[in-house]
Write a protein that binds this ligand. Structure first.
Ligand SMILES: [Zn+2]
Length: 56
């Protein structure tokens, strides 16, 4: 069998509990990377830039 290494630190073996990561810490790191990479969402407007009613 091949030993699955953690894709984050590539040092420790993946823990079945946190597969494919070795720990929750590495799992969180991956999650944060994922969020960071997809944080920019096209079409997402700035908050508070809604059309404001104009007083004539
Ligand atoms: Zn790890």
């Amino acid at each position: 069998m091949t030993v699955a290494l953690c894709p984050i630190c590539r040092k420790s073996e993946a823990d079945p509990k946190y597969r494919p990561f070795c720990s929750r810490r590495c799992s969180d790191v991956d999650l944060q990377r994922w969020f960071a990479g997809s944080y920019v969402i096209p079409g997402e407007a700035d908050e508070g830039s809604d059309e404001e009613p104009q007083n004539d």
